[in-house]
Design a protein. Structure first.
Length: 232
């Protein structure tokens, strides 16, 4: 039922010009799906560091970030040209991928916009990233509300942001029964598909609006959830 999912419009997409490019240059880049692969499935969140030197000319970092959630500064793409792409080529075991979280810049944590500002103003960079863990959730609504407030980011439509899990509903029941796989605020829903159907989504079904419709219209659904919580 439609009332089982509450969407939020306050999470506005912010595509930061992380490498000093103008906003129109950012928007003219290739689509995110061609910039970097999906976050790989991992049993727990992993952290790693990337060391870059922009030189006197402040070379392009070549990284796209979503800073619309101040708690999570997330990579949305790696440009084909730039220091991060070069790092990825030279360090295949520590590639920066889409949905990695930027944790620190030169040892300093902070909200998303502060991290972007620090990176843009620094010549030598030590970037700390966190790869999300991925886990599966099965929800059976049985006529109940889903009990989930979410935000759909129209400029980054490949995942749904969790804003709040309500005190009652199918999601809260899952959390009580599966505390180690609990869905919480700031998690992302990467895939949503009806039980019994293929997890390989294509076209409109793979976008946030398509996944939202599946949440609203299906009584028995599977979710692929990304989480960056440090305590997991």
């Amino acid at each position: 039922m439609e009332e089982s999912v509450a969407t939020s419009s306050h999470q506005r997409a912010v595509r930061q010009p992380f490498d000093g490019l103008a906003e129109e240059d950012i928007d003219s880049l290739p689509e995110e799906s061609s910039l970097s692969p999906q976050a790989p499935t991992t049993p727990k969140a992993l952290s790693f560091q990337v060391e870059l030197d922009r030189g006197e000319g402040l070379a392009s970092i070549g990284l796209q970030l979503d800073a619309s959630d101040q708690k999570l500064c997330l990579v949305t793409g790696v440009k084909a040209e730039g220091l991060v792409h070069r790092w990825n080529t030279q360090n295949p075991s520590q590639k920066v991928l889409r949905f990695d979280r930027l944790l620190q810049v030169n040892g300093e944590p902070g909200p998303a916009d502060a991290l972007v500002a620090k990176a843009c103003s620094s010549t030598k960079l030590l970037l700390a990233f966190q790869r999300p863990r991925s886990f599966q959730v099965r929800l059976q609504k049985r006529g109940r509300a889903l009990g989930l407030r979410i935000a759909v980011n129209s400029q980054h439509p490949s995942a749904i942001a969790v804003i709040q899990v309500e005190a009652e509903g199918a999601m809260q029941e899952w959390n009580r029964s599966n505390p180690s796989l609990a869905v919480q605020a700031s998690d992302r829903l990467l895939e949503v598909y009806p039980v019994g159907e293929s997890a390989v989504m294509e076209g409109e079904a793979a976008t946030a609006p398509g996944m939202l419709r599946t949440l609203q219209n299906s009584d028995d659904v599977c979710l692929t959830v990304l989480s960056w919580r440090q305590d997991t």
